[in-house]
Design a protein around this ligand. Structure first.
Ligand code: AMP
Length: 289
């Protein structure tokens, strides 16, 4: 596995591979890898000839009160997992390589970023789309794979690529969960003691909404009430539970394409999760973590 830290070396590697006719797949991450990230790699490997993974904890997408400095990191372990899972090139720039000067020009994510995560985390998606745009220009992939776990992010990246003509394919992969339903997340490492069990309220609420919808209820208000009943549990502070379409607009009637999105604080840890009603939590991937 090649490991690169300098953007121009990364671009040169990609250009050399493409000159040999190879299709390049790309999986951007913030590291502290888990099986959710690794499944994105598997998909990229199936759909491309060479796979690049980036590890970069992007300061631009963290608010001043957020966990940038505490964000979990373990490059040694990540490197091992990347090799084992067949990464061809690991791109690990440091902050000064990505932002030699404070970027004055940034991507404006538009109305899809005004709600949900975008409302709770002001400036978050401008930071995400700015770094994703930079990474796309540096890696020049043919395909990039993102997780549906971060549904709003994945849909915004899709629109970034389409609306600004990046000329690459965006693949959105199903959420990977532990056997008990908890969606894998690097931030799960913050869940101590009883909070790990309390965190199951999120996936339980998603299942409850899904079952109620399958039972014939299509009124989003009734579905949200049902979900909120289940989400409300000791140590869990719900932030939002909503039914939206792929542009984050509230739906007036729930159908198979509607997505139930949830955010809640469990103890001091903020978690998000979602389910596409027609696919269901059972349509996601379960793994023994
Ligand atoms: P992160 O390192 O948290 O920025 O995530 C990097 C990529 O992995 C993003 O596209 C995420 O949506 C994706 N991802 C994170 N957790 C999961 C999961 N449990 N299942 C599927 N994809 C995930």
């Amino acid at each position: 596995m090649q490991e690169l830290t300098i953007p121009k070396d990364m671009r040169a590697w990609s250009r050399a591979e493409r000159a040999r006719g190879r299709r390049i797949g790309f999986v951007p991450t913030m590291g502290f890898l888990h099986e959710g990230h690794l499944r994105l790699l598997d998909r990229a490997k199936e759909r491309a000839d060479r796979v690049v993974m980036s590890i970069f904890v992007n300061p631009l997408q963290f608010g001043p009160q957020e966990d940038l400095t505490q964000y979990p990191r373990d490059l040694e372990r990540d490197r091992k997992l990347a090799v084992e899972r067949g990464v061809d090139c690991l791109f690990v720039p440091d902050t000064s390589a990505m932002y030699p000067t404070e970027p004055l020009v940034r991507v404006s994510p538009g109305p899809m970023a005004d709600t949900l995560e975008g409302a709770a985390r002001r400036g978050h998606f401008a930071g995400v789309l700015t770094v994703v745009a930079k990474l796309f220009h540096i890696v020049e992939p043919d395909l990039a794979v993102f997780g549906r776990k971060d549904f709003q992010q994945a849909m915004l990246v899709r629109r970034l690529a389409a609306d600004l003509d990046f000329g690459l394919e965006i693949d959105v992969a199903p959420t990977v969960r532990e056997l008990d339903g908890l969606a894998l997340s690097s931030r799960n490492t913050y869940l101590k003691g009883d909070d790990r069990r309390a965190a199951l309220a999120l996936s339980r609420a998603l299942r409850a909404v899904e079952q109620t919808w399958r039972g014939g209820e299509a009124d989003p208000r009734a579905l949200v009430r049902r979900g909120m009943d289940v989400l409300t549990a000791p140590s869990v502070t719900p932030e939002y539970l909503a039914l939206v379409d792929d542009q984050m607009r509230p739906v007036s009637r729930a159908d198979a394409h509607s997505v139930v999105v949830i955010a809640a604080r469990v103890g001091t840890t903020r978690l998000i999760d979602n389910v596409v009603l027609g696919e269901g939590v059972a349509g996601d991937i379960s793994v023994r973590a």
